[in-house]
Design a protein around this ligand. Structure first.
Ligand SMILES: N[C@@H](CCC(=O)N[C@@H](CS)C(=O)NCC(=O)O)C(=O)O
Length: 224
């Protein structure tokens, strides 16, 4: 039998002002009304620049991480969002059961994959030293982005109550635009109209993207 511990009053989010994943977690906190319980601490991360504070909490060295005094740190953003959704008495962002649950989770999975693909494109365009860039790999990831935008145009449940998948998609699309990655606006009127409306929510306005990734001075590296 396991004993459950009460959630700490105050939480710390190891964050990054230009991370789609970290922003997803913080938008969730705003949406469920617990952002005021969270101290947000920016951390620079890169697989080429070890950040000891982040590694101490997450062996993958990635943000976001949620620090919970007296309890273990939580990562990654999917887990943090699921946890935050347990800390409020209101309507859940992850529906408890039925097809609504699987829709929210699969849309979140798509958004995670889009952010992952966007990061991969950036490695093959601006982050990796130029002689090591692989255009065929870049094109493969661009293809995943384009197919995902088309899927969202067809499949996103734009009129249902806000769920975690919506937040994940909005924060991923916003980051993809912020980094000038292949766009989603052409020929996808339903997605564009939904996204532009979602971007006006107070949770999105409270969490603007800013800043640059620092990968260190690899020889021949481009500007991140
Ligand atoms: N699946 C993770 C991805 C987190 C992630 O990739 N975070 C980036 C910032 S956008 C990071 O910290 N990267 C550092 C690294 O790859 O070492 C999540 O959803 O939290």
């Amino acid at each position: 039998m396991t004993t459950d511990h009460p959630a700490p009053d105050r939480l710390t989010l190891l964050y990054q002002t230009h991370s789609p994943y970290a922003r997803k977690a913080l938008v969730v906190a705003h949406e469920v009304g617990i952002a005021t319980r969270i101290d947000v601490v920016h951390q620079d991360t890169s697989p080429t620049q070890r950040n000891a504070e982040v590694f101490a909490a997450n062996p993958l060295g990635k943000v976001p991480v949620l620090l919970r005094p007296g309890l273990s740190p939580l990562f990654d953003s999917d887990v943090i969002c699921a946890y935050l959704d347990t800390l409020h008495p209101g309507r859940k962002l992850i529906p408890a059961s039925g097809e609504a649950r699987w829709q929210a989770l699969r849309v979140q999975a798509l958004a995670q994959g889009m952010a992952d693909a966007g990061i991969a494109v950036r490695w093959e365009t601006v982050r990796r030293p130029e002689p090591l860039r692989f255009a065929t790999l870049r094109d493969g990831y661009v293809d995943k982005l384009v197919a995902s935008y088309d899927w969202l145009e067809r499949e996103l449940d734009t009129t249902s109550a806000v769920h975690l998948g919506h937040i994940a998609v909005a924060t991923a699309l916003s980051w993809l635009e912020f980094r000038a990655l292949p766009g989603f606006r052409d020929r996808r009127p339903r997605l564009v109209s939904w996204f532009d409306d979602f971007a006006t929510r107070p949770s999105m306005r409270a969490t603007p993207l800013s800043g640059e990734t620092h990968d260190g001075a690899a020889p021949g590296a481009g500007t991140p």
